[in-house]
Design a binder for this molecule. Sequence first.
Ligand code: NAD
Length: 279
Amino acid sequence: MHNRTSESDSSELAKAAEMIRDARRLVVFSGAGISAESGIPTFRDAGGLWSEFPPEQYGHLSGLAQVAMHEPRRVVEFLLAVLEPIAMAEPNAGHRAIAELAQRVPVTVITQNIDGLHQDAGSETVHEIHGSLLSVVDQSGNLVRQLSRNDLKTTVEAIQQAQRKSFALPRTLISLRKLIGVDLRGMHRPNVVLFGEAMAEPAWSEAVDAASACDVLLLVGTSGEVYPASTIPEFASAIGSTVITVDPNPARGDILLQGTAGSVLPQLVELICDEGKTP
Ligand code: NAD
């Protein structure tokens, strides 16, 4: 039997706060929803990326290669749709609340996101199981370079300028060279996991270990439709941990806190941190 709450239901919030306060090891497992209030659209919600760029084509390397051969401009549009919001984003109140939690409880963050916002908010232990748009790797997965958010911004601006000029396609390819291309060391690309590819390591193994050893798992903004990431809460449930879910449409968990990450998480952290303070 699940306990569902609306944003105004303080008893479920208080129960969740108590569970987290008493936890010895807390794991936060986040998905695209936690970054929605930073202006990065989720993929599956109405108007999300997959409605304009079907995942069967754009979520796979082979599908992307096919589109690139027939409609290279569409690939550039897709890249801009992914890159631009992440380049412009800043952590929101939800990311900051999670970083603040570490002052009360040992916290490990496992994220499916590729946007680096948990680290920007101050979280220290973050396992990015789908990789990061802020790092570039070679074909063997070795790190080629780390990018700053400003590098992403200048890349986006360069692509937009290239598109307004003649010879737009070759100019665009040049503007993308920090992220995608070929040099003396071979091909390089963003360190993100596409459908059908292996999970990022060692992040995935460390994530499974952390989920298998936590008392409480806080699930934030994930539809649970992407496998094998969707199995992370099962590792926690298998050892009897409590799963607390924060989502406007919470689908699974022991305590369901209905609402956005930016609104529910700061309330939760305030309750956790206020307890024990003398009036
Ligand atoms: P999803 O798009 O499948 O599901 C998003 C979930 O977030 C839904 O349950 C939705 O109800 C919830 N949500 C929407 N707004 C919210 C808010 N303000 N606060 C809290 N929850 C909210 O996302 P997913 O399950 O993470 O799977 C999509 C995949 O795409 C992931 O693997 C991820 O790697 C990738 N992705 C990453 C980013 C990013 O890096 N920011 C953005 C989009 C997608």
